[in-house]
Design a protein around this ligand. Structure first.
Ligand code: FE2
Length: 397
């Protein structure tokens, strides 16, 4: 039996490598061959190494399931390969065996021609929006952008980075481009942390944010990313970093301290990549056992930061970001002055960012209400830092 692919939205695609071996599959599995979808495994059949190798032999690395089976299939993968599946969700799209990335529409400048094609994904199907290449650059017309995500092909990711770089050189500091380029690098770091080259690029981005925050009065407002329900770890990291650098500027940290604070806040939750997404994305309260596992993300973050070879101040900032001034925090139950300055700063920014983040079945708090919660819990935070933080954000309310 085979089915012609008419619309990609009828099928959900996933990398072959993510399917656990020797398990009964919970639904029919398809592969795409000669432009057609063919059933390779029926519901309840075992996914054996033999079948896997036979698919690989055909040079196929993506399988499909019917959209009606998407939920049951995702749960199946999540149960056996949570970490790998979590990584595959970093706003990447795999469509017809090709990898696409979502980009920010606001960063496309109608004045500057793009050297890569743009696609529109309206939640259902993928359509070519603008065909362009290095040989035939094209200008973008913003009227073309209807509702949906703008995607680029993975092979064009470097051209997109160059495009953003050319916008930076052509104009003065621009919050949207600064946001997008920093997000790109954080996205890479949160999917592949052990890469020192990315860390150096992140350092440059932190410098730009410091520079921008020094020059631009409304920097904080422009840099913070408004989040939808489908938020990602690196978006949280970006916002916490922005809030920390802004607070660091207010308390007049020197350039080097700001840079280290930026690094600590960008990496504070990197260890979450080693925590099951079933816990990270659980709707409702974690039970005691789950919470114990959740808490290990701090030590996991420290381990990754140590592997990256960052300085002790950065490590301490990461290690202390869930400590509370009254000793009720974790993992070390530190008190008052035992908690490093960076740890105390990140704790405030992290708590605020979490409170203002939308979650399933939970509305985000407004900035005002989030600050009120921090004030209620003031015994947990450094008093003078909290006062400065509230004053700083008071302008946004
Ligand atoms: Fe955390």
């Amino acid at each position: 039996m085979s089915t012609q692919i008419k619309e990609i939205d009828n099928y959900f695609s996933i990398k072959l490598e993510l399917i656990p071996l020797n398990m009964k599959v919970p639904c029919d599995i398809f592969i795409q061959e000669d432009g057609e979808l063919k059933v390779i495994l029926k519901k309840g059949e075992h996914f054996s190494l033999e079948i896997k190798n036979s698919i690989k032999y055909k040079k196929i690395d993506t399988i499909y399931v019917n959209n009606t089976d998407k939920k049951v299939f995702q749960d199946f993968i999540l149960e056996f390969k949570p970490k790998e599946y979590f990584n595959s969700l970093l706003d990447r799209y795999i469509i017809n065996n090709e990898l696409f990335y979502k980009i920010e529409k606001e960063c496309l400048d109608p004045e500057v021609p793009v050297t890569f094609s743009l696609y529109l994904h309206d939640g259902k199907s993928l359509n070519l929006l603008l065909e362009a290449s290095e040989e035939t650059p094209r200008r973008v017309s913003k009227e073309n952008f209807s509702e949906g995500d703008i995607l680029i092909s993975k092979k064009d990711l470097n051209l997109y980075k160059e495009y953003l770089q050319s916008l930076i050189s052509a104009t003065k500091s621009n919050s949207k481009i600064l946001k997008e380029t920093t997000k790109l690098i954080l996205r890479e770091i949160y999917s592949e942390p052990i890469n020192r080259k990315n860390l150096l690029i992140l350092g440059d981005k932190i410098d730009e944010i410091i520079e921008y925050g020094t020059l631009e009065a409304n920097a904080l407002k422009k840099l913070l990313i408004m989040k939808k329900l489908d938020n990602y770890s690196y978006v949280h990291a970006f916002n916490v970093m922005t809030l920390c650098v802004a607070l660091g500027l207010k308390i007049k940290l020197n350039r080097e301290e700001l840079r280290l604070l930026g690094l600590a806040s960008a990496l504070h939750d990197i260890g979450k990549i080693n925590i099951s997404p079933l816990i990270l994305s659980k709707i409702g309260k974690l039970n005691e056992k789950e919470f114990q596992i959740y808490k290990t993300h701090v030590i996991e973050s420290v381990k990754i930061a140590e592997q990256l070879g960052v300085s002790k101040d950065v490590i301490d900032g990461i290690a202390h970001h869930h400590e509370k001034l009254n000793g009720t925090g974790y993992p070390f139950n530190l008190k008052g002055e035992q908690i490093s300055l960076f740890g105390r700063i990140i704790a405030i920014a992290d708590a605020y960012e979490m409170l203002t983040t939308p979650k399933p079945l939970k509305y985000p708090l407004s900035p005002y209400n989030a600050l009120m919660i921090l004030v209620q819990d003031k015994k947990c935070y450094d008093k003078s830092l909290l006062e400065i933080f509230i004053k700083m954000l008071g302008r946004l309310i």
